[in-house]
Design a protein around this ligand. Structure first.
Ligand SMILES: [Mg+2]
Length: 221
């Protein structure tokens, strides 16, 4: 049996939410809207929720209603001092090496940001490809458009892909398309997907001898 293809989300999945990096990017999105677009700080949260509902992410609304260039936006919001939040993670490298099968990143961020983060963690060479928001034609997860493009590009049946993400809604779409889904979240988090507390626990979740995926359990630390 050919090994599965591992499809990893980046933010708060390959590095922990506690690093604060994702919150820093979030603050820069706010700043972009105030500084570059001249919006009032009070107005920003409301607009962001409206755009998130309508387009799946803030960026979609900024492109549709403010003429924002997505590349410029992504460069701005990802311009964060990574070294303040992340360091090399040899443990993660070993854990990923232990997973048989090709690994790719599937993220609502940019390929440049992803490569920088993977490089900082010391795991860049383990990923064969990065499928980013530009690849998804700026239609973010959890919208199915990017997932369909991803599956086509991978040329692997959906049920041979393991989608690993920290967000329930991103996994819901993957499952609807037939992917095997694993949520990275603390123990006790309500989820209808398989769950691990850390990517290191992925091997324990799958019985490598079983065809094609036999979760040995649905709760690991
Ligand atoms: Mg994430």
């Amino acid at each position: 049996m050919t090994p599965p293809t591992w499809v990893f989300d980046l933010d708060n999945t390959l590095y922990p939410a506690a690093s604060g990096l994702f919150q820093e990017v979030d603050r820069r999105i706010h700043r972009f809207m105030v500084e570059r677009l001249g919006l009032s700080p009070d107005e920003v949260p409301r607009l962001r929720s409206r755009y998130k509902r309508a387009y799946g992410a803030t960026l979609g609304g900024l492109m549709a209603h403010h003429g924002v260039d997505p590349q410029e936006y992504l460069r701005y919001v990802h311009d964060v001092p990574l070294e303040r939040h992340l360091g090399p993670d040899p443990g993660l490298r070993g854990d990923l090496e232990a997973l048989d099968g090709a690994k790719v990143v599937f993220t609502n961020g940019s390929v440049e940001h992803t490569r920088r983060v993977l490089g900082r963690l010391g795991v860049g060479s383990l990923f064969e490809a990065v499928f980013d928001i530009a690849f998804m034609d700026y239609v973010p997860k959890p919208r199915p458009h990017g997932y369909r493009k991803l599956l086509e590009a991978l040329a692997v049946p959906a049920d041979r892909c393991v989608l690993v993400d920290d967000l329930e809604e991103n996994l819901d779409t993957g499952r609807a398309l037939g992917m095997v889904t694993v949520r990275v979240a603390p123990r006790g988090t309500p989820s209808t997907h398989l769950r691990v507390g850390h990517p290191r626990n992925l091997p324990a979740l799958f019985d490598s001898a079983g065809p094609p995926f036999l979760p040995s359990c649905t709760e690991t630390p």
